[in-house]
Design a protein around this ligand. Structure first.
Ligand code: AMP
Ligand code: GLY
Length: 429
């Protein structure tokens, strides 16, 4: 089978790596992909990248039809929220991911909060506003700290945690008046501040059935000790030792299936991946956010541990037969440490040659590319803030962490930056 993957990050590299293990997949083409995906070398598989952007729906559909793509996987949020799945389906193409009317689960925070309220799914208390003066008046009497969220997609950066009324007022100005996050700030959610550990749970969904993958935890802040600015994610580990049997049972009873059923009741049948961003509060697990796709860099620790043929699972989601499968994960652990460009997420230089890829075996050590490109002489160079995701597996979390940090030393490029405390929480478990 010829499979098309849409996206260009470390997540898409992890998806391609998982697809390359499928017996039925003979060809993978990634649009637009990156230097790491283009360099994949798996026996018996033809793997390449094509320079078509993830938002160029018409071109992607024509390419899929002209080159006889059998199955397409959409990795990124922007094209999903923009309705790429509907376009592929209209052309009679088989595609994995939610339609536009279901991707709104990620695309609008106001929608997802209203859904949770209506169907009694545990989440932080909130109000929504489309008028800055009403939001400001509300904040005068609200309890601090408080959380402000731009309604639409904002590259994971549209969330402000405000400790004082002054900060909150400035935040409303940034989001709703100065439009720092663009039209995502036309509507805003003001949410109660919660405390607790965060867990990411990814799941496969076929419209009716939901199957949970092994849990993970991300590290969103740029610097050690969870300080510095929010990023796309600086590292992950899987499984999370804090995702206990009790937490799992609670979420199964109160969150997962209820979300799938709620979407169906609203006439927005969800097929694809639902990512549950959970916070384990003193009152029990609550939903922080939903995403309509694999997490990045969660996919880089969860997918290498999955035993199933990913194509079988994805097809079952599209066909509505997920109830006939059992998801299986290796009884081990994985840690991913992101190698970024110094200065990320604010400003950084690019174009530096990267060396040291040789030792990664794609069995226990993986080097997932995110911001990389080919230089003038065909060498691989840095091309973004998050450059590589270095994943290692181990028999337990501690050994996986030691192996992942060891492997970060194999790689060299100018201005290489990483956090040194990915997985530190493991020691407290
Ligand atoms: P989100 O994009 O909604 O996941 O928010 C990004 C990050 O902001 C989350 O991973 C949390 O660390 C933090 N956050 C979001 N909502 C809340 C909340 N209600 N209380 C405390 N922290 C939050
Ligand atoms: N790692 C968080 C996300 O993918 O949104």
């Amino acid at each position: 089978m010829r499979v098309l993957v849409v996206g260009s990050g470390g997540r898409e590299h992890a998806i391609c790596q998982a697809l390359a293990k499928s017996k039925r997949v003979t060809e993978i083409v990634c649009c637009p992909g990156n230097a790491g995906i283009a360099s994949m070398n798996v026996e018996g598989k033809k793997i390449s990248c094509e320079k078509i952007g993830a938002m160029e729906f018409e071109k992607l559909v024509s390419f899929a039809k002209d080159t006889k793509v059998d199955f397409t996987v959409i990795g990124m949020d922007d094209p999903l929220v923009g309705g790429i799945v509907d376009e592929f389906e209209k052309a009679g193409l088989k595609v994995f991911g939610p339609r536009k009317n279901a991707a709104i689960l990620e695309g609008s925070k106001a929608f997802s909060k209203d859904l949770m309220k209506k169907y009694n799914i545990p989440t932080a208390g909130y109000e929504t506003f489309d008028d800055a003066s009403k939001a400001l008046a509300y904040l005068e009497t609200a309890k601090m700290p408080i959380v402000l969220k731009a309604d639409g997609l904002a590259l994971g950066k549209g969330v402000l945690i405000c400790n004082t009324l002054e900060e909150a007022k400035a935040g409303v100005k940034e989001i709703m008046l100065d439009k720092k996050f663009g039209s995502a700030g036309n509507h805003m959610v003001v949410e109660e501040f919660m405390t607790g550990r965060e867990v990411s749970v990814l799941s496969f969904v076929d419209g009716n059935t939901i199957q949970i993958m092994s849990s993970a935890q991300d590290h969103k802040r740029a610097k050690d000790g969870d300080t510095g600015l929010n990023t796309g994610g600086m590292g992950t580990f899987s499984p999370s030792p804090f995702y206990t049997k009790e937490v799992d049972e609670f979420c199964k009873a109160n969150i997962y299936q209820k979300t799938v059923d709620a979407m169906k009741s609203e006439g927005r049948e969800f097929k694809g991946v639902i990512f549950f961003g959970l916070m384990l509060t003193e009152e029990g697990p609550k939903v922080l956010e939903y995403n309509a796709r694999f997490g990045d860099p969660e996919a880089q620790v969860v997918l290498p541990r999955m035993k199933n043929d990913i194509l079988d699972v994805m097809e079952a989601c599209v066909d509505g037969t997920l109830d006939q499968l059992t998801l299986e994960f290796e009884d081990n652990a994985a840690v991913c440490v992101v190698l970024a460009s110094e200065g990320y997420p604010v400003s950084y230089e690019k174009g530096f040659p990267i060396t040291g890829f040789e030792k990664f075996d794609n069995e226990n050590y993986f080097c997932f590319h995110a911001g990389t490109a080919f230089g003038e002489n065909g060498e691989i160079v840095t091309n973004g803030g998050r450059v590589l995701g270095i994943t290692a597996k181990g028999s337990d979390l501690k050994s996986a962490r030691a192996e992942a940090y060891k492997a970060t030393e194999w790689i060299d490029f100018k201005n290489k930056y990483k956090r040194n405390d990915i997985g530190k929480a493991i020691d407290e478990a």
